[in-house]
Design a protein around this ligand. Sequence first.
Ligand SMILES: [Zn+2]
Length: 272
Amino acid sequence: MAGHRSLLAVTAHPDDETFIFGGTLARYAAEGVEVHLVVGCLDDRIDGSVRREELQCVSETLGLASVTVLDYEAPALAGDLSDSRVSAVAELVREAIERIDPRVVLTFDSTGGTGEADHILMGRATATAFESTVSGDDHDQQATKLYVGHFGRKLMRFGTNVLRMTPGRDPRRFGPSGGVDLVAALDASPSATTFIDVRRHLGIRRMAVDCHQSQLLGAPWVLRRYERLPAGVRGALFRREVYARVWPPAPTGLREESFFELGAPSDLTDDT
Ligand SMILES: [Zn+2]
């Protein structure tokens, strides 16, 4: 349908949608965009029904149009980033993309945002699935875009330097099975192109954070403090969520303020 605005975020675990993409999803849902979420798997360290309830809470808080849990076998295979596994998960993601038919797909970049293998897996699987849907004859290629999250760059560079200096740790062999090369992932990730102003949606994001009690309780003190910052303070410090456009390919120096062409940037700031 022409002019139909829809967005699909593909993540790995319940809570990624809030902690990593929360302001963006809240903003677009508030602007009337149909916002869908696909989650790779439930975290089996916590009762699955608890995580499903938390997802339901987030869905209602952010105003999501749908939530799908793919439930691939994650825990036993953590750190397995083999081509065959990526293709298997990509097949599940592809089914979801075809069913939802979004205009914009959002996922992790090659660093996974945090270096976690499950995040990197979902990012790769989504890129593979996306590629196969835009290369199909029956699909309007111009109508679909792929973006990857570009968060925490400075933090990740800092983290890799710390790992480098820590005896027995190597940022090139990160994760439970040593299968993640964080240095290469950082180098391979595309430049930031898209800066989403989420200031006015941090209150809703904060409510979504509160849905994830099982994660907050076990989270490190720093993260709990960080997530408990009043919306005003957060708005001053973290007013934008940053992405890189993968498809259509971004010309050098591209700088967008929305996933959707809504006109000049000045129009966007008046939007609610
Ligand atoms: Zn995660």
